[in-house]
Ligand binder design. Sequence first.
Ligand SMILES: O=C(O)CCC(=O)c1ccccc1C(=O)O
Ligand SMILES: [Mg+2]
Length: 369
Amino acid sequence: MNIKRVTLYHVSMNLLSPFVTSLETVQQRETIIVEVKDKDGATGWGEVVAFSSPWYTEETVKTSWHMLEDFLIPKVLAKEIHHPSDVTTLCSSIKRNYMAKAGLETAIWDLFAKKQGVSLSQLIGGTRSTIEVGVAVGARSIGDCLRQIEHYVQEGYRRIKIKIKPENDYEWLKEIRRHFPTISLMVDANSAYTLNDLQQLQALDEFQLLMIEQPLAADDIVDHAVLQKQMTTPICLDESIVTCEDARKAIELGSCKVINIKIGRVGGMNEAKKIHDLCQAKGIAVWCGGMLEMGISRAHNIALASLPHFTIPGDISASSRYWEEDIIIPEVVVKNGMVEVPKQAGIGVSIHRKRLEEITLYKRTYTAS
Ligand SMILES: O=C(O)CCC(=O)c1ccccc1C(=O)O
Ligand SMILES: [Mg+2]
């Protein structure tokens, strides 16, 4: 493949309702859509999942744009690409900046799959035609939280995830379990605790949680290993795992029993697949995480989650969970807690050009010299 043009769209959409985490409340979702075109005019689409501010990881929409414009796009425009995994190698001299890399790399995966005439799921070795999905609830109050759970359980979601922090964990979970004693339930702390909170965390063991996601700091796989030995609830790592090497070390240390794989956080589909394969070999459970994303990233997640070792429902909700109108056709729909894996070439959905233009604040095209 010779990539001839890359277009970046700076876009912004309002979430249907604010998403509250221990670190940030997201209402306006700003991001970058990446369109790549080769010499034959074939097109691939990717989405950068960085946020407006560096609350989740260090990347932002602006740092991603800078990395793409000044370093990453020039690399892919300069060389022939034989396979999307070449992009990882091409960009390996550029440190970190995983979400910026993933936005471009996933667009090239979509393009490559389309050129081969196969679905992205098929291309990466996906084995499922439907995937089980869960939903994440980031609520302002326990009342709001209970109402949301009720609604999503009724919609058929297979697993509910609640955002917690030290000020509302035990009491909230007590209330939730009183109303929903048997639902598949897990929590995500986005690093809101330290080992000083050991007893408070151990108290959560009574709620039969599927897992607790990222209780401690992103750069602390040592303390997570200490914590896992003293909790029965499985620990799942999210922010701590940005490479396959991180996953290997965390597994060796016993820092987690589960890993949440996000394509954006780990720099692309290639690395995501490597982590999947490693976890499969080591018997560590995995599921596909979410980033309050628009449809393009959602479609890439669906392809990833069709791999055989994704045995736990991911944070892959319907387009209508977050958006009035998504930028893909058809939108992602959830029926009975399941999403169909598209069979069409590439990510298997079309871009809703009119909707994309509506939410675009600025766009710029870069061409091969
Ligand atoms: O529904 C989703 O898209 C995922 C929700 C979620 O938990 C989340 C959303 C934004 C940033 C980080 C996270 C996370 O998994 O920690
Ligand atoms: Mg998380």
